[in-house]
Design a protein around this ligand. Structure first.
Ligand SMILES: NC(=O)c1ccc[n+]([C@@H]2O[C@H](COP(=O)([O-])OP(=O)(O)OC[C@H]3O[C@@H](n4cnc5c(N)ncnc54)[C@H](OP(=O)(O)O)[C@@H]3O)[C@@H](O)[C@H]2O)c1
Length: 338
């Protein structure tokens, strides 16, 4: 993506948030709903008459406050706050039973919104207690595992009596197209495991990991679209938006002089970023490889569509399926059986 494409996208005038009862009768589960784009999205959803809004979060108190505030404004809003930490695979694996304990059996729309950006300085890899590099786990592995784990809930909603397909939304980023993808290219050429390379401490590059994690996620979702034909899979790019995502950014002199003013000048509000997500929830009735500026769009990465990019995506998809099967045996069977 060139600088001008980025600026052009950022300055595109976005339509207002979708109106009407587009969530009537629908159960929505969204991760990371207490901050930034997730928080602004749930504010939009409250006006769309959802049957149930499930905030799956790790900050329980903050999210309970959010829900209480929303319910004071929308008195008929049904909501649940449920604990989910993407840095703990057990938390994902136990979610179905915890949802059933609350009488929740179906989900119409799953929004994998939670994510992290570990910042702009060189630092060693942080490894989660599950043994994965933290950004890889939070931004790639966990949303993939969560989606498969909740698939039985989503499948129940795809009955012919209900017109729309269930939806799974992933949050992408334009940085997937500008990051240095050499480790992925090298891995494909040498027939090495991409999952293994991204979870090694040696060679870890903190400044690149966010963009690379979003590229890996995109490689996966492109393949998922071909596999999960009964479900709408959409990768939404909210654009650069002012949220808490930059909480780990170090204010170096270079960043203060050049980076921060550029970002502030071109960034959208979190509410505008959220419109990209809510527009996909309201109007995307099929799978879309990329959704940006509130409509179907295209990935700026020409590599993704190259022969090598397609080969890499297929290989990575297969690796991820094997990896989540290791973490949660049998979790992908619902798809294989479909
Ligand atoms: N803002 C942008 O410019 C931008 C651009 C492109 C894509 N995105 C994507 O948009 C999504 C939302 O980000 P945002 O900008 O709204 O950032 P944000 O304000 O920092 O919100 C991120 C959310 O993710 C949650 N989260 C982080 N780690 C988690 C974990 N281990 N388990 C459960 N929840 C976790 C956070 O919870 P806590 O509050 O508990 O930490 C928070 O609710 C992310 O996927 C991000 O990559 C953002």
């Amino acid at each position: 993506m060139t600088l001008w494409t980025f600026i052009g996208r950022q300055w595109t005038r976005l339509p207002p948030p979708p109106k009407g009862e587009y969530l009537k009768g629908k159960v929505v589960l969204i991760t990371g709903a207490n901050s930034g784009i997730g928080l602004e999205s749930v504010k939009h959803f409250c006006t769309a008459s959802p049957a149930l809004l499930i905030l799956a979060v790790r900050s329980i108190e903050a999210s309970e406050r959010v829900l209480a505030e929303l319910q004071s404004l929308h008195t008929d809003l049904k909501g649940e706050v449920i604990s989910l930490d993407l840095n703990e695979m057990e938390s994902i694996k136990s979610l179905p039973s915890r949802l059933r304990e609350r009488g929740i059996e179906t989900i119409d729309i799953l929004i994998n919104n939670a994510g992290i950006n570990p910042g702009n300085e060189a630092k060693p890899a942080e490894i989660t207690k599950d043994g994965y590099e933290k950004t890889f786990q939070t931004n790639v592995l966990a949303p993939v595992l969560l989606s498969y784990t909740l698939l039985p809930f989503l499948k129940q909603t795809s009955s012919p009596l209900i017109k729309s397909k269930p939806k799974i939304i992933f949050l992408g980023s334009g940085l997937h197209a500008t990051c240095n993808n050499q480790p992925i290219v090298d891995a494909v050429e040498r027939e090495q495991s991409i999952v293994e390379i991204f979870n090694r401490e040696e060679g870890f590059d903190n400044k690149q990991i966010y963009g690379r994690s979003k590229l890996l996620l995109h490689m996966f979702t492109r393949q998922l679209i071909e596999t999960l034909v009964d479900t709408s899979i959409i990768t939404v790019s909210p654009g650069l938006a002012i949220t808490n995502l930059g909480r780990d950014f170090k204010m170096s002199i270079g960043f203060v002089i050049f980076g921060a003013p550029f970002m502030l000048l071109n960034a959208r509000s979190a509410e505008k970023g959220a419109r990209n997500l809510t527009s996909a929830v309201a109007s995307a009735e099929q799978s879309y490889d990329y959704w940006a500026e509130c409509g179907p769009s295209y990935s700026e990465s020409s590599w993704l569509s190259s022969g090598q990019g397609v080969r890499a995506s297929k290989a990575f998809y297969k690796e991820m399926i094997d990896e989540i099967e290791k973490i949660s045996p049998g979790v992908t069977k619902a798809v294989v059986a479909s």
